[in-house]
Design a protein around this ligand. Structure first.
Ligand SMILES: Nc1ncnc2c1ncn2[C@@H]1O[C@H](COP(=O)(O)OP(=O)(O)O)[C@@H](O)[C@H]1O
Ligand SMILES: [Mg+2]
Length: 313
């Protein structure tokens, strides 16, 4: 029996979200926001929290600063049942933060990565890999330390019998430089959204992208309110979205999709079942603010599934 279902190796930061901003800010001037929230940010943290809420046993390897933002990140993950003892808190670098300026449907963001860049492959011990069933990595472009040895990390995980998944997320530099041909043979579930997949493969359509012979056994492509696709054994499966007439925001929808997909896989679901459950948890994510708002506890998740999407689990 392994101790952890999912080992997340990922970035951690806080989100400082400013809402109801009176005007677009300009350099040299000051504008007021009518509302503010300080919350756990980062794709990997949303994934870990929500997978834990769904019932997976989740451990997190990451780095934060020895500061109050770091304390907040660790306390938030802990409160969701995530094992946080492998998160290193050091005085050398401060915890990263994203300042989110919300303007109706759109938002401007500035991120200071901080300690997350200093997470390295050596932070993931053999012993911890051996205690885990599945490895998930997200936001590779933000984590320069992990990125340089990503292939090696996934090779080690596969050699030790773990299943693996990766969600590349956006590349702020828009260089999209990832060694897919070396990496993907060790990735069971490759989980980009459509825009990221096209950028990574330098193609202009999903079909063109899939024709580039991606070597992951399973490519799962998220397409927002158009649902999601699963490419496996040269066959493409489309999952229709769960119809949602009450979209609050779609922050973290992809991470909640990943959490649902991987959780279903680890509880014995077939690939179409994983795809459907991912689409459900992605849609549930959009019914409450932020990436974890709809995932307070399992009862709340089940209630939203039943009342909003007519889906019982
Ligand atoms: N408005 C929506 N209505 C229903 N389902 C949605 C909606 N937005 C997202 N989803 C679900 O969540 C998944 C992930 O969202 P998406 O926005 O594609 O990911 P990402 O955040 O990575 O860009 C989608 O594949 C879809 O299944
Ligand atoms: Mg995403």
């Amino acid at each position: 029996m392994k101790k952890f279902d999912i080992l997340v190796v990922g970035e951690l930061n806080v989100d400082l979200i400013l809402n109801r901003i009176e005007r677009t800010p300009e350099v040299g001037k000051e504008v007021l926001a009518e509302d503010m929230a300080l919350t756990l940010g980062s794709s990997s943290a949303i994934f870990a929290s929500n997978a834990s809420t769904l019932g997976s046993n989740v451990a997190f390897v990451g780095r934060v600063g020895a500061d109050s933002f770091g304390d907040l990140v660790i306390a938030s993950l802990k409160s969701k049942g995530v094992a946080t003892q492998f998160i290193r808190q050091s005085t050398q670098h401060s915890t990263g933060a994203t300042i989110v300026l919300n303007f109706d449907q759109d938002r401007a963001m500035v991120t200071y990565p901080g300690a997350m860049r200093h997470l390295v492959e050596q932070d993931v011990s053999e012993e911890l890999l051996l205690q885990s069933r599945h490895l998930h990595v997200s936001s590779v472009f933000l984590q320069t330390g992990i990125r340089s040895n990503l292939v090696s990390l996934f090779k080690r995980a596969k050699a030790l019998g773990l299943s693996t998944s990766i969600d590349p997320q956006w590349d702020p530099a828009e260089q999209w430089d990832l060694p897919l041909q070396h990496l993907l043979p060790h990735v069971d579930f490759f989980l980009p959204n459509v825009t990221e997949l096209l950028a990574l493969t330098k193609t202009r359509s999903l079909h063109e992208a899939l024709a580039t012979q991606l070597s992951a056994p399973c490519v799962v492509v998220k397409a927002g309110d158009a649902g999601a696709y699963l490419w496996h054994n040269q066959q493409l499966l489309h999952q229709a979205p769960f119809l949602n007439t009450h979209v609050v925001d779609s922050i973290g929808a992809g991470d909640s999709f990943d959490a649902g997909f991987v959780h279903k896989f680890l509880t014995g679901g077939s690939l179409p079942e994983c795809l459907e459950f991912g689409a459900l948890t992605g849609a549930i994510n959009t019914t409450r603010p932020g990436g974890t708002g709809a995932f307070g506890n399992l009862e709340i998740v089940k209630e939203i599934a039943r009342t909003t999407f007519n889906y019982t689990f």
